[in-house]
Design a binder for this molecule. Sequence first.
Ligand code: ZN
Length: 161
Amino acid sequence: MYALSRALYKDISPYITDEHVNGVNGDVRGVVLTACEQTMDRIAEDWRYFNHPDRFLFEQIRAYFPITDQLQVFNLIAKHVERALQVTRTYAARGYKPDGTRLRCRATTRRSTPCMRNIVPGTEYCPSHQHLAEPHFTEQEPAASAVVQELHGTEEHADAA
Ligand SMILES: [Zn+2]
């Protein structure tokens, strides 16, 4: 995931506004890099329950980019987030996280401690806790189109004003 977050940062960092880089916020590039890393790490840990990671990250850092470049920046974020999700799903289907460690069962034992057993690949639970598995695992909805539409709307509005 480190490589994926670096690749994302490399693509979007040229768009960071100098105004902000030299402003009171100081290390804006560091802030953006950290936000990219945190989003990628959260995808790796919690991808099934992380709704619209692309949108989440974009909202965190959009202020550091000129309004005219924000659509492009969002598209780049969406591209890299989709790639990260693909990688994570590929590993998860085999029972692993992207860092190569085993996915652990999500269940809690009767002693209120996390169940530490390995999952049945393709599910979130160990063989003993399969009854807790929900029958429907929905894929992440594509968030990109909605946000892109929003951005277009904002830009058109700005042009008209
Ligand atoms: Zn279990």
